[in-house]
Design a protein around this ligand. Sequence first.
Ligand code: ADP
Length: 360
Amino acid sequence: MVAGQSMTNASPEPVPAMTPDRMLDALLSSPFDPVLLLDSAGNLEAYNRAAEAELGLSSAAGWPATELEGLKPVLALLRDAGEQAAATSVWQADSGRAFLVQNNRTPHGGLLISMRDITDWRQLNAAQGDIMHVVSHDLRTPLTVAKGITEMLVENYFGELTADQQTAVEKLALSIYGMVGLVDNLQNAGRFDPKTGFYKLDPAAVDVGEVARKIVETQQLPAEIQDLELTLTVDQALPIVMADRVMLESALGNLVDNAIKYSSPNTAIAVSVHSEGRSVLFSVRDQGPGIALEDQERIFQRSVRVESPGNKRVRGSGLGLYIVQSVAQRHGGEAWVESTPGDGSTFYMRIPVRAAQASR
Ligand code: ADP
């Protein structure tokens, strides 16, 4: 049977066409979220009950919107958001509720203001953020201890190991590195996010060569365990960059970590930091499986993972490159990849020298 076809022979009732007026009536009689319509002269043409209650409007139709006390904070917010055709801002009402305010030009030059109540969503989001923070924070301490002891075992600090023991502790070390990376990324993916992140940039004069040296040094052991050669080249005269060191370390750490995860044994990974005009350019080149052209943009999105025959066994969260891009964007820079499948990948992150001053 064709979807929607009636089982009986009775002819279906004709559905009256929805005219723009009927649609507007339906919208304005909606009991849920506040909706307001301003005409092209800026007078309040219509509003629904939710707007009446939340903004304290009473018999306000026909009044200039700028003269209505309850509407003033919303209009001020939209003004601050700019003159875009469709601007979106969050308004914290005196009632304690939070609204996502959206402003759309109508075909007749008026303005349709819709306000979505996001109070519950925000509370839920904050609670989840708190839980995530506690979990990741409490996991970090025991993991750091386990990592330290395992590294001492791998490096035969407690005495020479048999070949089997060496293989076992190296596997253990790799699992622990994976867990440490995951915990860090879970924490950073939320707070570094340029749209919703609550992490306040802490700009300071950063020696970016030093940042790269630190990351390459800490990744040397995991690289060695997987028989990879990890090298670093740093321009001699690198400028000092105004940036957030913690963020840069997290981004570069993820790029090197990925290069290690996705490379096959006995290949090389080259990290470099160059000066390029008013920016510094970090790059991480590997000889791994490479990335198909159609995936090269989307792998920077949150939680996007791409499994290819070459990397099926690599576990991950899909947060690493999202963090790299968030860090670049919050510094006014950019991140991208150049890659040919079967011929390795080079990931880039460009950071302006006076980056962090322009960001929040
Ligand atoms: P994760 O590595 O946890 O999956 P990322 O955000 O760091 O998350 O990476 C997203 C995807 O990009 C990976 O699933 C993988 O397919 C691809 N990728 C990242 N780095 C590399 C690399 N160096 N070589 C090949 N593929 C990579």
